[in-house]
Design a binder for this molecule. Structure first.
Ligand code: HEM
Length: 341
């Protein structure tokens, strides 16, 4: 789907897949169970830390297969190959280091597809429906792209967010999260306004893909904001600017302030400008899944622990621009997990 430039074919493929990523499907017991299990593994790891310290950058992208996919910077490279084939070919040729194919993950996905017997709510089961006429390579390639699109983005967003709220001066955010969790035990993570505000502010301030989402001006050209753009012109828009430019909607835009999402006044405009998942026909299809994953993990962590930067943490956490995606510059984020008293 990612690489389908033609609008009609793209929409066709997207229509096949869309229901698997609908919030109603994400909120099904089977999908939630998988997310909860992932969070429980993370919590188990937290409870076993000998010195309470964890490199959350690594653990948010954990499991060997995930690491292989993510650490190779594959999303950035694949997108680069798609958006700028000439530049992509040079970068992926190995001139800038070992090319990072993902043979292990590719094999795993392909074998999984061939084996069959997958749960009925999954993407694979949908793609395997005979009426779509898709072969195993096509299905595996679609799944592989979704894996890559989902892991790095969600992991990086969580990592930046947790680092931010672990800084001195931000303890109140953690305390307020904990209070909301305590007061709402048994309530769905979807119904927690402060958690929603924290996640949204994290994605506003640290969008996993801060850079341009290119689009082609359609046949006939278009007039945009008084400028005539001939058909085929590549235009783009990026979350980095959308989340900062309008200081009426986002006063003090560099400040990390979840409260701004709780104010009724101007909320519709803030939501309109929120661009971390893009908008329109090519917007992130995994938005509900990513949000659910982030919320479940944050709820589990901050119900039990407060986090602060580990004493030995000297790595550079500034945002490293990976052409399309972003990640912490030194790819390391050591946090200390201290159980609440
Ligand atoms: C915080 C996490 C995430 C962020 C910030 C994010 C962001 C984005 C953005 C901005 C796009 C549009 C790119 C463009 O317009 O060119 C996109 C597309 C996409 N995302 Fe996500 N994403 C996240 C998580 C996920 C997850 C968990 C999945 C699935 C497992 C996923 C699957 C996809 C797919 C398949 C597309 C292509 C959609 C299409 O071409 O129609 N994403 N994502």
């Amino acid at each position: 789907m990612f690489s389908t430039k033609d609008k009609e074919n793209h929409s066709k493929r997207r229509r096949i897949i869309a229901d698997r990523y609908a919030n109603s499907n994400v909120m099904r017991e089977g999908s939630l169970h998988g997310l909860q299990e992932r969070s429980e593994n993370f919590m188990k790891k937290c409870s076993e830390l000998p010195d309470q310290e964890m490199d959350v950058y690594v653990w948010l992208l954990y499991e060997d297969i995930m690491r292989e996919v993510s650490f190779g910077g594959n999303l950035a490279k694949r997108l680069l190959g798609l958006y700028s084939p000439a530049l992509g070919m040079i970068i992926n040729s190995g001139i800038f280091g070992k090319p990072s194919g993902a043979p292990l993950s590719e094999k795993l996905v392909l074998n999984g597809v061939k084996k069959g017997g997958v749960a009925d709510f999954t993407l694979v089961s949908r793609l395997q429906e005979g009426k779509f006429g898709l072969g195993p390579i096509d299905i595996a390639s679609e799944c592989m792209d979704h894996m890559i699109a989902g892991i790095e983005t969600t992991g990086d967003a969580l990592c930046f967010l947790m680092w931010q709220i672990s800084q001195p001066g931000y303890e109140k955010i953690q305390e307020r999260l904990r209070a909301e969790f305590n007061e709402n035990q048994g309530v769905s993570f979807e119904q927690l306004p402060y958690l929603e505000a924290v996640v949204k502010e994290g994605l506003r301030r640290f969008p996993s893909i801060p850079m341009s989402f290119p689009r082609c001006v359609p046949v006939g050209g278009r007039n945009i904001d008084g400028y005539w753009l001939p058909e085929g012109t590549v235009v783009s828009c990026q979350p980095y600017s959308m989340h900062r430019m309008d200081e009426t909607a986002f006063p003090d835009p560099e400040a990390f302030d979840p409260e701004r999402w709780l104010e009724e006044e101007g909320l519709a405009e803030r939501n309109r400008l929120f661009f971390a998942f893009s908008n329109g026909g090519r917007a992130c299809i995994g938005r509900h899944l990513a949000t659910a994953e982030m919320k479940i993990l944050l709820r589990d962590i901050y119900s039990k622990y407060r986090t602060l930067p580990a004493e030995s943490m000297t790595a550079d956490m500034s945002v490293d621009d990976q052409i399309f995606t972003s990640r912490p510059k030194d790819q390391k984020c050591l946090l200390k997990f201290v159980a609440w008293e």
